[in-house]
Design a protein around this ligand. Sequence first.
Ligand code: PGA
Length: 243
Amino acid sequence: MQILSFKNYEKLSGYTADFIADSIKNKPNMVLCMASGSTPALTCDLLTQKLKKDKVDYSKFTFIGLDEWVGLPPTNTGSCHYFFHKKIFEPLQLSPSQYFLFNALSDDLKGECSKMDKIITGKAGIDIMIVGIGMNGHIGFNEPGSSFSALSHIAELDEITKSVGQKYFNEPVQLGKGITIGFGHLMNTKKVFLMANGTRKAEVIKKTIEGPVTKSFPASIMQQHANGFILIDEEAGALLKNQ
Ligand code: PGA
């Protein structure tokens, strides 16, 4: 695991967007798995701008959404579907054959999980995964206590996830379960970037980097990834020993 520290959120997002764009240039059929949320929002904007400005052929890469709130329709502005449509698919006019998101309204959520697992295996794995970190240390909906080897699965959401998650919605919503790519896939991903910014994330970043590796704090798994990178701004890194 390596730590990359940036002056601020803009620099952190710019680096990540450039890294993804260069990866698509170098390997046009690469597979990108990304989280939605406040943290990667600017990265998405900068990425779509850069791909267009540099006239990169992005017609062959595959996009995989990290997770989704179970029971929410894609039209809900707080859903991951909505986020990716607005931030990536529409600006780039991606072909629907290029992106894969969990259908969280499916009657067969387990089937959705095996479908996603087959897609990932069929593409020979994920090249780059971009994730955020929750206030309970979750990554995607790999909640405290999650297995370090699970593939795609359905998760009972932790109380912190349910309360912090309200920020994505215009009105209070009942959140219960999530569907997510698991840590088995994260560990097999060639490069994983965990991004965090702001003082709000300083405590969880300290635990991720300096705490013990434990299922009760899921992001600590990053310490075991040979190509795991923690990308932080100065505020998120403020409590680290070597800052
Ligand atoms: P955020 O979410 O990027 O909106 O802070 C992070 C997460 O809960 O994974």
